[in-house]
Design a protein around this ligand. Structure first.
Ligand code: NAG
Ligand code: NAG
Length: 424
C-alpha cells in the first residue's frame, strides 16, 4: 500500500504542474541564493581607457554550484551607464588558488583555468562585453559550475578584469571602441614593444590609461564607475551535475594548418568588401575554423561573443550538424541596454541532454560572420559552451532504458527517478 502511494503522489504533483514543466526546470527556488556585488571603482575621463585587474573580489565562498553571473557598468549612484558613454569592452572573472599561509604575492597565485580549448589565453570562467545586459548566463538544472574545492593548503579566490572605454566627446565612437591605433596615437604596446604597422587596431592599442582622439573643446569631467555583478548559486551536492567550460576561438587556425598546439589570437580584422562583392550585395565576412574538444559529453549551453558589425556565430559537430547558433541583438535607442549601433545581447542555446552530444576529441567547426560593409578592427568570434561529461556511473544508470533522471532545484533539490522521467 505504502509502495503504491509514492507514484500516485508524484503523478498528482506532476499533473498539477504539467503546464509548467519546462519552466520548472529553471525556476529560481528557495535553495538558490543570489547576491549583488560592486567591483572596486574605476575612474574614466572622456576618451580614456581603463583596463584593471582586481584580485580577491567579493564572491560567495564555499563548495558551490554557480548558476549565473550577470554584470553591468553603473555610476556612483547605481545608475546603469549606456554603452555610447562607457563602452564595456569586456569583463572577465576567473578563480585562482592562493596558499593559506602565503603573503598574497602574484607568484603565489595558481590560476584555475577553464577546461579549454586555447592554450595561453581565454582561461576565464565568465567573460562578456557590451552584450552583458541581455545575454543569459543561467546554467540549466540539474547542472552547475563547481567552485570552491581547492587543493589542500590553498583557498580559492577570484580575480576580475574590467576593460572599459569612455567615448564621451571622441571624434569616432566606433573607431575608439574598435581600438584603432591611429585614434589612440599608439605605436608601442603596454610593455613598450613597438607595434607592427600591419596591426591597425585591437587590444594592443587601447590598454589601460590610453586616450582616444577627442573633439575640439569637449567638456566633461572624470567619472567614477563600477561593475555591478549578481551571482546566483546553490550549495554543491550530489544532485548537481558538474559542467565543464570551454571557449572556442575562430582565430585559431592551428588545426587547419596541421599543427597540434592551438594558437588563439582572440582578435582579427574584417576587410571592407570589394566593389565586386558590393555590387552583388554580398558584404559578409565569414571566418571559419576547427578546434578539438578534448572531452566529449552533452553540450547543455552555448553562446557566442562578437563585436559591433557581428551578424552571427555558430558551432558545428565534426559531421557538420549545427550544435548552436548565437545571434546578436542590436540596440535601437539611447537608454542603457538598448543603445543603437551596439550589440546589446547575444542569443544562447539551451540544449536538452542527448540533442548535442559530442565525442572525446571531436573537431568542432567554429563560424563567425561579420558585415564587411565597412572595415572592422579588433573583432572577436568566440564560442562559450558548457559540457556535461558522461560519467561512468551515469552511463551505467543510463544503460537499461537510456534515460536520465530529471532533476530540479525547486522547491528543493530533487530528481525524478529515471523510470518515471520516461513518462514526461
Ligand atoms: C602622437 O604621439 C606623438 C609622440 O608619441 C606626439 O608627438 C604627437 O603630438 C601625438 N599626436 C596627437 C594628435 O596627439
Ligand atoms: C554565416 O554566413 C554564411 C554565408 O552567408 C551563412 O550560410 C551562415 O548561415 C551564417 N551563419 C550564421 C550563424 O549567421
Amino acid at each position: 500500500m505504502k509502495m503504491a502511494l509514492l507514484p500516485v503522489l508524484l503523478v498528482i504533483f506532476l499533473s498539477a504542474h504539467a503546464p509548467l514543466q519546462s519552466e520548472a526546470l529553471n525556476v529560481r527556488g528557495p535553495r538558490l541564493k543570489s547576491k549583488t556585488f560592486l567591483s572596486p571603482p574605476f575612474l574614466l575621463n572622456p576618451g580614456s581607457v581603463s583596463n584593471k585587474f582586481y584580485y580577491d573580489i567579493d564572491l560567495p565562498r564555499g563548495h558551490l554550484a554557480l548558476k549565473s553571473f550577470d554584470a553591468e557598468v553603473v555610476d556612483e549612484n547605481g545608475v546603469p551607464v549606456p554603452l555610447h558613454e562607457t563602452y564595456l569592452h569586456h569583463w572577465i572573472v576567473e578563480p585562482y588558488y592562493a596558499a593559506k599561509n602565503g603573503h598574497g604575492l602574484p607568484e603565489e597565485r595558481i590560476l584555475k583555468r577553464n577546461s579549454g580549448v586555447c592554450e595561453d589565453v581565454l582561461w576565464q570562467y565568465y567573460g562578456l562585453g557590451s552584450e552583458t545586459r541581455h545575454t543569459a548566463t543561467w546554467v540549466p538544472d540539474p547542472y552547475g559550475i563547481e567552485i570552491g574545492n581547492p587543493p589542500e593548503g590553498y583557498e580559492e579566490k577570484w580575480f576580475l578584469n574590467v576593460h572599459a572605454i569612455d567615448t564621451r566627446g571622441v571624434t569616432d565612437k566606433l573607431g575608439c571602441v574598435e581600438c584603432r591605433c591611429d585614434l589612440y596615437n599608439v605605436t608601442v604596446d603596454e610593455y613598450g614593444r613597438s607595434i607592427d604597422e600591419s596591426y591597425t587596431g585591437g587590444l594592443y592599442c587601447c590598454y589601460d590609461q590610453t586616450q582616444c582622439r577627442m573633439k575640439e573643446g569637449f567638456n566633461g569631467g572624470p567619472r567614477e564607475l563600477f561593475l555591478r555583478y549578481t551571482v546566483t548559486w546553490l550549495a554543491w551536492s550530489d544532485a548537481v551535475v558538474p559542467v565543464k567550460i570551454y571557449i572556442f576561438d575562430v582565430t585559431d587556425s592551428a588545426l587547419l594548418e596541421g599543427k597540434t598546439e592551438p594558437a588563439c589570437k582572440v582578435e582579427y580584422q574584417v576587410e571592407e568588401c570589394s566593389s565586386e562583392n558590393r555590387a552583388k550585395n554580398d558584404c559578409v565576412d565569414v571566418m571559419v575554423t576547427k578546434q578539438v574538444l578534448p572531452r566529449g559529453g552533452d553540450i547543455v549551453f552555448g553562446k557566442g561573443h562578437q563585436h559591433p558589425g557581428g551578424i552571427g556565430a555558430s558551432l558545428h559537430a565534426q559531421d557538420g550538424r549545427l550544435l548552436c547558433a548565437s545571434m546578436p541583438t542590436y540596440g535601437t535607442g539611447t537608454e542603457a541596454g538598448n543603445e543603437a549601433g551596439y550589440i546589446v545581447g547575444m542569443s544562447s542555446c539551451y540544449l536538452a541532454p542527448g540533442t548535442a552530444t559530442v565525442r572525446d576529441g571531436e573537431a568542432l567547426t567554429v563560424v563567425s560572420n561579420y558585415s564587411s560593409e565597412r572595415r572592422h578592427d579588433g573583432v572577436m568570434g568566440l564560442f562559450y559552451i558548457l559540457v556535461a561529461e558522461h560519467q561512468a556511473e551515469q552511463q551505467q544508470h543510463l544503460a537499461p532504458n537510456n534515460r536520465q533522471a530529471l532533476c530540479f532545484s525547486f522547491p528543493v533539490s530533487w530528481c525524478l527517478p529515471a523510470w518515471l522521467s520516461g513518462y514526461m
